[in-house]
Each structure stands twice: as C-alpha cells, then as structure tokens.
Design a protein around this ligand. Structure first.
Ligand code: NDP
Length: 265
C-alpha cells in the first residue's frame, strides 16, 4: 500500500500545530502516513489541490472553512447545519466533509459542568460551537462588537447583544470566541463590561491557544479558573484523526500520542 498523505490548508498556515499532532500519532501507531501543511491562497482551488497533491484527507483553517464546505460531495449532518467544514476525507474520489472544531470545543469544556454560557464573538467558530452546545443542552448567549453578525444567531433563536444593550449578569462560563488577543493586545469587549461579567462567572475560557491573552489575564486578576484553546485544538485533531483512519483507534489512544505535540513550543 502506498503512503497516505494528509495536510492542513490555510492562509497563514506556518504556525499550525496540526502536522506535528497528526505525525506523532501516525508514527506511534505504526501507520505509513504523513501530514504536511499547504499555504492555500485562493480557497476556490481547494478541491482541485486535494486531488492534484494526492491527499487522502485535509484539515482546513482560516479563511477557507466555507470554501471547504462547498468543495465536498457529501456532508456530515452537523457540518451541513453550520455551513463550515474543517476536516475532509477523500473516499473513492469523493470528498466527505465534517466539522470537528465544534465537537472539539464541546469536549474541551465538559469538565466545567456549566449550563449557562456567554460567548463573546459571533464569527465562524462561535457559530458552529453555539449550535453544538445548544444541542448538548447548554444555554448560550452571544455578545458581539458588531451588530451585523448577530442577525444569523438571532434567526437561530439565540439571545444576542451588542456592547450597547448588554446588561452583565451571572454565567457559569464566559468564553472569548473572538480573535482579539490573537495577534494584538486587545480585550474582546470594553473592560467595564468584562469586569462586571467576569466577576460573576465561575470560570473563563479562551479559544486562542499558546498564549495568555489579555482576556485570560483579566480573568486571573478576578481570581477565576482559566482555560486556553489548547484542548479544543487537540480534541478537534483527535476527532479528525478518527475520520482519517475510519475509526480504527480509540479517542484515548490517539490522545496519548497526539498530546505530545503540546510538549514542544
Ligand atoms: P471570525 O473571523 O469568523 O470572527 C472573528 C470574531 O472576532 C468576530 O465576532 C469579530 O467581531 C471578533 N473580533 C475580532 N477582533 C475583535 C476585537 N478587537 N474586539 C472585539 N471583537 C473582535 O473568526 P473565527 O470565528 O474563525 O475565529 C475566532 C477565534 O477562534 C480565533 O482567535 C481563532 O484563532 C480561534 N480558533 C481556535 C481554534 C482552536 O482549535 N483552539 C479553532 C478555530 C478557531 P466583529 O463581528 O465585530 O468583527
């Protein structure tokens, strides 16, 4: 059998931990497979590139998750509902699309035993994560800087606020789902709103990984337990790996190998 090839597509893509995560698992499980990275500038080329490069599967990161959705022949029910795909598996020259970001996020927060959560942010990650959390019986409220992005959430029946009409109250978890703090030192919302909300919450989560964001720093000042996006990244990768290998390995077995990627900086 020839070596199976996988990759992550994105722009930028040089920072991604996915190649290390997947290659550690392939190697430890004795699989003849290799996972690389591909800087895809034009999302419209996504489908052709998969075939041209002879790939068995890919992960997709910013900004191509919607292109990935449109590139697939078949979509898993959840990916179809949220309109975003971050994992594609090629079977018999057909592309099958999945969304493992949201299931990875759900798994990452399960130990908090939370019910009522506040998302700050209304982008693609918030969209898929809000749907999966609601299906798992969480109560999700959305707070976002721009009103424009809230329309879709309102239509889906979520309670939504902008900074102008939000009244701070008690949530079990406050989650930064924005890119504020990723490459800058911004808080995701005005400090007065965050102080009044974080002071009442049980814990704070950021989906950004690999750094302590201004949001998490503020949560620490309020003496709240914090969690960054590393587990979300790890778990979305494990679930993608399950699809890549047609569920041959258990979640915990893959986790044992993949999490070693987080020992490196
Ligand atoms: P999108 O571009 O779809 O959405 C960005 C969101 O961030 C919007 O709600 C936007 O608000 C908000 N935002 C951006 N800058 C600011 C700011 N300075 N202040 C307030 N709000 C701001 O991004 P995604 O949903 O794809 O990604 C969101 C985050 O999730 C990123 O940081 C990404 O790295 C992270 N992520 C982490 C993963 C993991 O595995 N840990 C997986 C996937 C994503 P507005 O509408 O006002 O512009």
């Amino acid at each position: 059998m020839t070596k199976q090839l996988f990759a992550i597509f994105g722009n930028p893509v040089s920072h991604s931990k996915s190649p290390m995560m997947h290659n550690l698992a392939f190697e430890a499980l004795g699989l003849d497979a290799c996972y690389g990275r591909y800087l895809l500038k034009n999302g419209k080329q996504l489908r052709d590139k998969i075939f041209e490069l002879g790939l068995k599967g890919i992960n997709i990161t910013v900004p191509h998750k919607e292109y990935a959705y449109h590139a697939c022949n078949k979509l898993d029910g959840f990916a179809k509902r949220v309109g975003a795909v971050n994992t594609i598996v090629r079977r018999d020259d057909k592309l099958y699309g999945y969304n493992t970001d949201a299931s990875g996020f759900l798994k990452a927060i399960e130990n908090f035993a939370a019910k009522k959560v506040l998302f700050i942010g209304a982008g693609g990650t918030a969209q898929s994560s809000s749907v999966i959390l609601r299906e798992a019986d969480y109560e999700v409220t959305i707070l976002n800087r721009s009103i424009r992005r809230l329309d879709r959430f309102r239509e889906d029946g979520f309670e939504c606020y902008s900074f102008d009409d939000f009244v701070p109250q008690q949530y079990d978890l406050v989650i930064n789902m924005t890119s504020a703090g990723l490459e800058d030192d911004f808080l995701p919302a005005p400090k007065s709103i965050l102080d009044a909300t974080i002071s009442q919450t049980k814990a704070c989560v950021d989906v950004i990984y690999g750094k302590e964001t201004p949001f998490l720093k503020l949560a620490k000042i309020h003496n709240k337990p914090i969690k960054d996006g590393s587990d979300m990244l790890l778990y979305q990768g494990i679930i993608a790996f399950e699809y890549f290998t047609e569920n041959k390995y258990s979640f915990d077995e893959i986790k044992r190998h993949m999490k070693k990627a987080f020992d490196f900086n």
